[in-house]
Design a protein around this ligand. Structure first.
Ligand SMILES: Nc1nc2c(ncn2[C@@H]2O[C@H](COP(=O)(O)OP(=O)(O)O)[C@@H](O)[C@H]2O)c(=O)[nH]1
Ligand SMILES: [Mg+2]
Length: 255
């Protein structure tokens, strides 16, 4: 396994330092590199990440800035493409707003190491053993409804459609499909349906999910509607989104 942890970060200056602090030395030694991908934040996210790098504690930490704001889905594309080009085999996506616990990256790696046929391991907020701390009741409910509807249509138990802590094996991803998916926050819904359609072996592992000082940029009803629309299109065998033109998924390393 040659793993990179990619941390999409947009306007999470208060939290990004905690995300990095919580990466234990044990987790850091299990991965090749740790990438903060600042998605053109308008607050001090970038500066906070650079401050942490200057402490030198995480020797394999690198900080990048995208050339455009690519939203969360677009940042997945940036991470996958750069990881593939650099020869990594796995990408952990860890949200930069500290809702997940960084040390739980280890749980996903453990699972992949114990199950060679299952290399994509998704953190789940809604499984037996998951721990929710302060997560808004409306969002819990909305997620549970979507999980149920998706599971019924996909004919398999989908315990969480898109948490902020996931391990993807690049061999399990098809650039020809994910490049077409929307750049916005519904990317993960499209991706999981794509994994189901391509009969990829993936597993869910329960994680902790917190809500403390995070400000969500997600527009809940919009996401809910798009999620159902995508599911209907998928069931009908139609593509869930159109290829996007004029996007720039390049980044620059910030020293
Ligand atoms: N909303 C948003 N989030 C982004 C963007 N780029 C990266 N992210 C990260 O994506 C994660 C999820 O976004 P968030 O608004 O917290 O959504 P939620 O956790 O699903 O409510 C956060 O860690 C953000 O830092 C972006 O352009 N927009
Ligand atoms: Mg969040």
């Amino acid at each position: 396994m040659n793993v990179v942890i990619a941390i999409p970060a947009y306007n999470c200056a208060p939290q990004i330092g905690r995300v990095l602090d919580e990466i234990t030395d044990e987790v850091a030694t299990r991965v090749s590199e740790i990438w903060v991908i600042d998605n053109r934040s308008t607050d001090d996210t970038l500066e906070r990440a650079l401050e942490h790098r200057r402490t030198g504690r995480l020797t394999n930490l690198r900080v990048f800035r995208t050339r455009q704001n690519n939203s969360l889905g677009g940042t997945h594309k940036v991470a996958f493409e750069h990881a593939r080009a650099a020869g990594h085999t796995h990408v952990v996506i860890l949200h930069g707003d500290n809702q997940a616990k960084s040390d739980e990256v280890g749980l996903l790696l453990d699972h992949a190491q114990a199950h060679p046929e299952t290399q994509t391991v998704l953190g789940s907020r809604f499984s037996r053993g998951s721990l929710l701390q302060g997560y808004d009741a409306k969002r819990v409910w909305g997620n549970r409804v979507l999980n149920g509807v998706y599971s019924a249509v996909a004919l398999r138990r989908l315990e969480d459609l898109g948490s902020g802590l996931n391990l993807f094996a690049l061999r399990d991803l098809d650039p020809a499909t994910y490049r077409r998916f929307a750049d916005k926050l519904t990317f993960n819904y499209e991706l999981i349906l794509d994994l189901v359609a391509r009969r990829v072996h993936f597993a869910f592992v329960p994680i902790t999910w917190r809500e403390e000082d995070q400000v969500s940029n997600a527009r809940n009803w919009n996401i809910f509607r798009t999620a159902l629309r995508n599911l209907a299109l998928w069931r009908l065998g139609r593509s869930t989104s159109e290829p996007v033109a004029d996007r720039d998924y390049e980044w620059d390393e910030v020293q």
